[in-house]
Design a protein around this ligand. Structure first.
Ligand code: ADP
Ligand code: ADP
Length: 231
C-alpha cells in the first residue's frame, strides 16, 4: 500500500541543518497495524507527516498504491489527505460546539457533502465505535475514551485506506487506551492500514509490526509475535 524508499528529510533552523529522517525505507501493507516508537527527536512525527502528505520528503520516494506522493503540489497533497488518510490525534481535536455525529461528519462537509446527507453514515460509524447512544452529545459531555472513539469514527468517514494515529492513547488511562487500541486493531482487520506513533510500549502488543527509529534512522522493523493466552 505504502512504500518509502531511502527517504531523507532535513530542516534548516537558523544556519543549522537538522536531519530528521536519514535514509528511511519502509513498507506498510494493507490490513497492517504498525507502531512507530523511538526517543523524542528520533523523527517519528516527521515520518507520520510524510506518510500523510502533510509535508514532502527532501529526497527519496514515497509511493501510495503505486503512485508517487512525495512530490505532489499543495492542492494534490490536500486532495490525497482528504480521500486517502484519516488522522487521529492525542488530544482528539474535536470541535466543542458540535455534537458527536456532527464532528464525525466534518470531513464530509469539507468535501462538499451537506450535513443532512452525511448524517446516516456518521451515525453508522458512531454505532461501530460503540457510541450509538451518544450521537447528540457534545465533546464536553463525553469521557476521554468516548471522545477518542468519536475521533476514530471521524477518521473513518471518508473510507480512507490509511489511518495515521499520533499518540492516540497518550491522554487516556491504560484501560481506556486498551479499548481504543482494540478498536484500531479491529479496523485493520477490515483491511485498513493503521500507523501509530506511540511512547507506550504496552500498546505494541496490539500491533502487527514494530518500527523503531533513532536519530532519523530505522533501527529495527519486526513482526510483533502474539501469544494466544489472551490479555
Ligand atoms: P519525534 O516525533 O520522534 O520527537 P520529530 O520528527 O518531531 O521527532 O523531530 C526530528 C528532528 O527534527 C528533531 O531534531 C526536531 O528538532 C527536528 N524538527 C522536527 N520538526 C521540525 C521543524 N518543523 N523545524 C525544524 N526542525 C524540526
Ligand atoms: P468512562 O467510564 O467511559 O471513562 P466517565 O466515567 O467519564 O466515562 O463518564 C461516564 C458517563 O458519563 C459517560 O457515558 C459519559 O457520556 C457521561 N459523561 C462524562 N462526562 C460528562 C460530562 N461532563 N457531562 C455529561 N456527561 C458526561
Amino acid at each position: 500500500m505504502l512504500e518509502l524508499t531511502d527517504v531523507t528529510k532535513e530542516y534548516k533552523v537558523g544556519g543549522q541543518v537538522v536531519r530528521a529522517l536519514d535514509g528511511v525505507s519502509l513498507r506498510i501493507e494493507p490490513g497492517q497495524f504498525t507502531a512507530i516508537v523511538g526517543p523524542s527527536g528520533s523523527g517519528k512525527s516527521t515520518l507520520l507527516h510524510l506518510l500523510g502528505a502533510l509535508d514532502s520528503p527532501g529526497t527519496g520516494s514515497i509511493r501510495f498504491q503505486g503512485a508517487e506522493i512525495g512530490g505532489l503540489d499543495d492542492d494534490r497533497q490536500s486532495e490525497f489527505r482528504r480521500h486517502r488518510v484519516g488522522f487521529i490525534f492525542q488530544f482528539f481535536n474535536l470541535l466543542p460546539t458540535l455534537s458527536a455525529w456532527e464532528n464525525v461528519a466534518i470531513p464530509k462537509l469539507l468535501d462538499g457533502t451537506g450535513l443532512r446527507k452525511a448524517k446516516p453514515r456518521a451515525l453508522e460509524l458512531l454505532d461501530l465505535v460503540g457510541l450509538a447512544d451518544r450521537a447528540e452529545h457534545r465533546p464536553a459531555e463525553l469521557s476521554g475514551g468516548q471522545m477518542q472513539r468519536v475521533a476514530v469514527a471521524r477518521a473513518l468517514i471518508m473510507d480512507p485506506p490509511l489511518i495515521l494515529a499520533d499518540e492516540p492513547t497518550g491522554n487516556l488511562d491504560s484501560k481506556t487506551g486498551a479499548s481504543i487500541l482494540e478498536l484500531l486493531g479491529d479496523i485493520t482487520r477490515q483491511g485498513n492500514s493503521v500507523v501509530m506513533v506511540t511512547h507506550d510500549m504496552g500498546a505494541v502488543r496490539y500491533c502487527d509490526r514494530l518500527v523503531t527509529l533513532r536519530d532519523g534512522k530505522i533501527r529495527s522493523n519486526e513482526r510483533v509475535e502474539h501469544t494466544d493466552n489472551g490479555e
